[in-house]
Structure formats: structure tokens, C-alpha cells
Write a protein that binds this ligand. Structure first.
Ligand SMILES: C[S@@+](CC[C@H](N)C(=O)[O-])C[C@H]1O[C@@H](n2cnc3c(N)ncnc32)[C@H](O)[C@@H]1O
Length: 255
């Protein structure tokens, strides 16, 4: 038998991370104008193996959700810290969600190119979705242990307050998808929005305030640190010398 000529192994392709400048998008999204969005009829209809192929056999579903994840800084920073926890970002803007999708794909390839390093980004994914409307379409009752609202759009004018992502009508949905004991993390540089989110969450019977020290004592310090520093918006606030207001709430057990 003729000896087959061995083709030399090609060196791994350099992974090029996507550039934000190629994903231009309007600064603000209108959460009431999302007619072209497709969404699953129920969480059972979501094929999570498409999002997390490495976890396909595990039957796991996302436990952390970052609503309005923007360019994905929180997800990218938490993914290696909790490699067994599935995390999903939700972002309404087309180009921004595409950027995050491409960023995750590139990071997965990078980590696969080096076999000695376990691939740390298999547990993170993104959907283009309106988190104010379709959360229960993606997440089953009591399935999440963390829900993030980081630097949400402030919608300053009173007549726009109904577009705020924390509002009395939406809190019931957030309580529905969170497990008892699960945490809602909010942070903003807008004091008025901080007071608004705090007031509404405090008034809602299924949430109780939990302070930063308690969360750190429970081992959630790395999450709190990421909430403060990992997102693109948080970094911008830092560069501009702005304040950051954190407010966290625990989903109480209603029995
Ligand atoms: C000010 S940015 C903050 C992004 C990110 N959390 C950060 O800290 O860098 C708010 C983001 O929420 C997104 N957004 C607004 N309303 C949304 C909704 N209803 N569902 C999903 N994303 C939404 C916006 O498109 C925007 O990317």
C-alpha cells in the first residue's frame, strides 16, 4: 500500500476578536418597538444545546441572566469564575447582540486552540430578546439564581418611566423566574434611577434588600466586583469619574 503523504498540521488560526466599531447601533433602544423579534413559546421549546454545545448532555438550563447585557462584559468576566453555571445575556439591539455572539464564538475558538486550558466560555451565550416582555418565555419558574440589571437605560422623563426595566408590573415576572434565595443585582450611575429601583423592589413582597457585606460573606464577592467593574457602561462611568449605586435584593421564599 502506498504510503500516504502526511499533510503538516496547520497552525491554529489566530482568533480575531470582533471590533465594536464594526457593530454600529443607535445609543438607545425602544423596548416597545420590537416587532421583528422572534421568541420561544415556552422555556421547554428552547434548544439550549445550540447555545451551550459542551453542556448538551447535562440537561442544564441558564442560571444567571444579564438583562440588557450590552456588549457582554459581565458575562465574559463571570464565565470563567463559574464554569459549571450556564449564563445568558439578553440584548434588544441587533448589532450589539450580534457583537456579543461573535465575541463569545471568538473566545471559544481561542480557548480551544490551546488544549491545555479548559475552555472557559462554553457556559455563556446571548439571545437577542426583549427582557421586559419575554423573560418567562426563556426561563422556567424558579430556574434562575441571579438576575442582573446593570446600568439600565435611565429613561429620565416622567412620561418615559414606564419604559424602565424595573417597574411594579415587571417585578412579578422577575420573582417568577428567580429561585427563592436568588439575587437581583442592580447598579446605576443615576441616583434618581437607583432610588426608583430600590423603592419598587423594596415595596414588592417577594423581594428583600440584601447588603453588599452580606453578599460578600456568602461568597458572592466576585459577582459583586464584576457588577461594579466588568461592564462597558461601568467602565465608562469610571472613566468619567461618576458614582455607582448598587442595590441588591433576595427573592424570598413565599411559603
Ligand atoms: C446603558 S446599556 C448597559 C449595558 C450593560 N448592562 C453595561 O452595563 O454595559 C443598556 C442596555 O440595555 C439594552 N436594553 C434596553 N431595554 C432592553 C430590553 N427591554 N431587553 C433587552 N435589552 C434591553 C440596551 O439596548 C442597552 O444595550
Amino acid at each position: 500500500m502506498a504510503k500516504r503523504k502526511r499533510t503538516p498540521l496547520a497552525p491554529p488560526e489566530p482568533t480575531i476578536l470582533p471590533q465594536k466599531k464594526n457593530y454600529r447601533q443607535r445609543a438607545h433602544a425602544n423596548p416597545f418597538s420590537d416587532h421583528a423579534l422572534q421568541y420561544p413559546p415556552s422555556p421547554a421549546a428552547v434548544d439550549w444545546s445550540v447555545h451551550y454545545p459542551a453542556f448538551a448532555a447535562s440537561g442544564k438550563t441558564p442560571e444567571f441572566a444579564d438583562v440588557g447585557c450590552g456588549f457582554g462584559g459581565l458575562l465574559i468576566s463571570l464565565a470563567p469564575l463559574f464554569p459549571d453555571t450556564l449564563m445568558l445575556g439578553m440584548e434588544i439591539r441587533v448589532q450589539v447582540s450580534q457583537y456579543v455572539q461573535d465575541r463569545i464564538a471568538a473566545l471559544r475558538v481561542t480557548s480551544q486552540a490551546e488544549p491545555t486550558i479548559p475552555s472557559p466560555f462554553q457556559n455563556v451565550s446571548i439571545v437577542r430578546a426583549n427582557g421586559m416582555k419575554f423573560l418567562p418565555n426563556y426561563f422556567a419558574k424558579h430556574s434562575l439564581s441571579a438576575l442582573f440589571f446593570l446600568f439600565p437605560d435611565p429613561h429620565f422623563k416622567s412620561r418615559k418611566h414606564k419604559a424602565r426595566i424595573i417597574s411594579p408590573t415587571l417585578l412579578a415576572e422577575y420573582a417568577y423566574v428567580l429561585k427563592p434565595g436568588g439575587i437581583v443585582y442592580t447598579i446605576t450611575d443615576v441616583k434618581d434611577l437607583h432610588e426608583w429601583m430600590k423603592a419598587h423592589l423594596t415595596a414588592f413582597p417577594l423581594f428583600e434588600p440584601v447588603d453588599e457585606e452580606t453578599l460578600r460573606a456568602e461568597g458572592k464577592g466576585p459577582i459583586v466586583d464584576a457588577v461594579y467593574t466588568s461592564t462597558e457602561e461601568g467602565k465608562k462611568v469610571e472613566r468619567n469619574g461618576g458614582d455607582k449605586w448598587l442595590a441588591c435584593f433576595r427573592r424570598v421564599d413565599a411559603h
